[in-house]
Design a protein. Sequence first.
Length: 172
Amino acid sequence: MPNSANVAMLEKVKESVDNSKGLFVIDYRGLTVKETQELRRALTEAGAHMKVYKNNIVKIALKDAEMPELDNLKGTCAYVFFEKDPVDAAKVIKKKAEEFNKIEWVGGIADGQALDAESAKAYAELASREELMAQLVYVVASPLRGIASVAAGPARGLVTTLSAVADQKNAA
């Protein structure tokens, strides 16, 4: 019979899994309490939260939720559950990993796929949703700007010609 603490933890993990679109797994050993709090705050601002659970319990919760299995869960792991965009959470982890020099990527689950450490880390290199929207607006607006310039060309030419004629008459 499983002990009650593990059953309670399993329920918490299941709730975190159900309320998120995916997760990243990091090795956070070596972080001070202050650094951990700073990481948690930054993740919260990005729409994610970090929890530390037993690896075996996480495996059970993922299996129950019919999510891909993570094989490389060993040692002390922290789980970063993201509710919205995985890129935002990954960028925060990458920034803090560079700042603290103590965080290692272990893996994750995003877009319904199990990720190894390198694949999870690659999410931090992607453009965020806002950046992609700005690029889309630029791509759509660029031809429109060209059309407007071409359409204004004859009128601009007429104005230039009339201005030259007026200057010529004023000079004479």
